[in-house]
Design a protein around this ligand. Sequence first.
Ligand code: GAR
Length: 208
Amino acid sequence: MSEPLTLGVLASGRGSNFQSIIDSIESGALNARIAVLITDNPGAYALERAAKHNIEALIIRPRDFPDKDAYYSHIAGELGKRGVELVILAGFMRVVGKALIEKYPNRIMNIHPALLPSFPGLHGQKQAVDYGVKISGCTVHFVDEGVDTGPVIIQAAVPVYHDDTEETLSERILREEHRIFPEAIRLYAEGRISVEGRKVIIAGRGRD
Ligand code: GAR
């Protein structure tokens, strides 16, 4: 088997997506290792998950830096020092700065709880419920300088019912998030993902 892919994970909160990646690695489904968890939130439950799995964790807060550039340059430096090859945004609730994107072009993946380009930004699930769509879902995409605008890697759809609340829809979408995020990382680790303009091509998956 080839060398495991080195990941750096950024998370702001609960970290259930972070956990799904840990679980995929531990079960052998994903040939990767997590070099570091970085959070902007000292109260993030993701920190406890990292401790439990002996993953190094850093709390890096924007308020300790003069500006966004300095903040993301510092994060990029910490990731670089640890040999991180792919950056994973697992519920990282900030718009990532240029300094990090330029260091990791098409090497930062984000999970978003809606079918992009619908309902970008915060509260994708609530936006879907409020709009009254019948189908929503989640998207794994590469990160560019826009808000949830980068090339789409994988999407999964779920039904939206008339009596759904933000909570019930979030739960249904989350189950799919936990499936497709590790899957997208696995495809990347296997060298099967390439990007042409806005399009992501997955080798060995139909019509290529
Ligand atoms: C997930 O639903 C993720 O899609 C969403 O935050 C949640 C984090 O949950 N991300 C965004 O809304 C990004 N704009 P988790 O901390 O349990 O993984």
